[in-house]
Structure formats: C-alpha cells, structure tokens
Design a binder for this molecule. Sequence first.
Ligand code: SF4
Ligand code: SF4
Length: 390
Amino acid sequence: MNIRLQAVTRLVQLAPDARLRGCEDACLPQRHAGVACSACSAACPGGVLKVSADGFDLAPGCLDCGRCAAACPTHALELGGFHPDCATARSISPCIDCERVPPAASPAGALRVPCSGALRASQLLALANASPDSTVTILDRGWCAECTAGGATHPAAARVDEVNSLLDITPGKPARRVVLAHHPLPPSLRGRAARDPGLERPLGRRDFLRQLVAHTASAARPDPTPAAIGSAAPPDGRTRILPAERLALLQQLQNGTHGQPLHAGLLQQIEIGPGCCNQQVCARSCPVAALHPYQDEDISGVAFEPALCIGCGACAANCPEQALRLVAAPAPRALPATTRLSRHTTQSCFDCAAPFVPRGARGVGEDDDPRCPACEKSRELGRSLFAGLF
Ligand code: SF4
Ligand code: SF4
C-alpha cells in the first residue's frame, strides 16, 4: 500500500463574484486537526481572509491581489483568471510588470501580474531558470505605496529576499537572481487591473514544465527530485496533502544547480529520543506524510522523508511523550534520503503471548520476562492489592 499524496483537485469560488478560489481538501487546518496554518490570512493585505477547521471565510473587500495564494504551501488557493504556471509558461520573459501598466508601456513579452507579491518562490525560480542571463527583473513602478494591496514595503520585497538567500549559498557559481528594479511611471498612467483572457485557460503542470524545458539549457540534466516520494504507507491508509510549493521549489532549485547543496533553512531535521513508545502519533499527525511508519518483520518505527517536510511542527506538538524534536539543519547540504528515526523490536508477552513493542525501544533480551502494558498493569494492581497481606 502506498501513501497517497493529494494535490488540489476542486477549486471553488470563495464568495459570489470573488476571483479567489480555494480547495478545502488541500488546506492543512481543514484536513488535519491540530495543524495550525494561517499563512494565507497573514499574507492578506486587506485582512479579509480567515481559515479555520470549519472552512474558508472571505469577507467583502478582497483586492484580487493573489498574495494569499502565493503564501499557501499546498496550492490550496488560486486567483481566478491568473494561473501563474500558465502565465510564466506563456511569457518566458525575464521581466515582470504590474497589470495596471498600459500594455504599450510594458517591455515586450513581460509577464503582467495582478500583484508581484502574488508570485511564489518556485515561480520566480522557474523564470530565473528559463531566463537567458539567469536574472528575473520585477519592475517597481512606484505605485505600490498608494495601492491598497501594496504598502510602505514593496509587496514582492520579502519574496525577492527569500529567493535570493536560497540562491546565495554557493559563491562563485553562475548566479541566478531576482532583482527589484525601480522604473517609476507617472500615476496618471495607472489603469484598472485587467484580466488577460489567455490566462483563463488552465495549463497542466506537465505542459508548463515542457515549455520551460524548451527554454532552459539546464533542463537537459536528469531530474533530481527524489523518486521515493510516497513510497511507504501510514497505518490508517489516509490520503495526505501534497506539499506542492515545497516540491516545486526543490525542483526549481535543483534544475539550475544540479547537485549543489540546499540552503539550510529548507531542511528540517527530526530527532526522536529514548522516551518514544512507538505509538506513531507523530506519523498520524503529519499532514504531508514526511513522517511515516515502517514495519520490517519484528522491527517497526517511524521514517522521515525530508523532501516533504514543511516544518509545521504538528509531529512535535502531538507527541504524547514529548520525545520528538524538530531542529533546523545547521548548514547547507544535499537533500538527505529517507531515514529511519526510531527502531522498536516487537516482543511476545511473557504472560499472554500477545505481540507488543516495549516502551523505550528496548531490544530483545534486555528484559527476561517482558510483559505487555495490560499484563504489566494487572501485575501492579495485584501487587498493590495483596501488598498488605504479606
Ligand atoms: S495557507 Fe493554504 S493550507 Fe494554510 S490555511 Fe491558508 S489555504 Fe490552508
Ligand atoms: S514531519 Fe514536518 S511536515 Fe510532518 S508534522 Fe513534522 S514538521 Fe510537519
């Protein structure tokens, strides 16, 4: 049985007349109790989007900027009429401009977006990989401070810093870079945001990647994405959510660098201490199956797939023994392979012969008369009842 990772399948309008669409099946807090994610709400400049276990709540006043969609780790949100994969595949231009700029004033072939803060890190990297000089330029027209979706800081500034810091780790290599360039236009030229009908036509990820391949020399290299994603099964057989943005980012980072180490901030490590009792609550809590159980004859435990981990912390928060710790990787390195984090040997109960896993991961032979928790409890009860008689 394989873990099934579920991508976005059904996007529905979040309010009548809203361009914003969402898929509750792909939203972390709506799928997994105890997984706190509010990345989209935090990114909403108008403060009108809220998400809870009960669903999406989009109040009137949505600005159609798409910044919530760019923040979502699972691609559970999308701005109708602006499918960024479609847009990037169509324009293959190293230049990004605001949709409100009159088309004649935009550089030829520029990717015109509702808000440059609505581009995901993986999309900026895809453009950098496809650009002839490995550079993507976002044009700052000087309007963002007055725009309701903008503010004092340019909406793309944080994403530009994030992407450049991910690219910065290997000095001396041909640099891929995202640049925020100030090219002001008079405010009188600012028009209304216009939908591009060509963007309404959805483009599959495969077609998108095929088009990128045609434009980038690095695409001829072998795909370094780990092949083993989704190779093991959770005991409950439940579908987990595809961490779409993380996988797209890893793919794009490795497309351009082929084997270079990854930024340490992208890599989580998990440590499981001796208090682990192998209940595997962590694996059941993990929304993306980065942690999953394994069983080899009489050995069982939990394995970790770093490519999938989005660092949500649900595993550590739900561990009943507080035996699991999530730590950031200390230095840049290659993407580690799937590793087994805990190892427990199944034993037969001395009293009832039922198979059980001893608490604390003790090995066979460390306890001469191992007993399952139920028999151990009975013995303790018996001892306390009859203690006064002897
Ligand atoms: S960012 Fe995505 S997963 Fe997180 S709450 Fe918003 S829609 Fe759900
Ligand atoms: S393994 Fe990673 S993704 Fe899974 S619950 Fe832990 S922190 Fe979240």
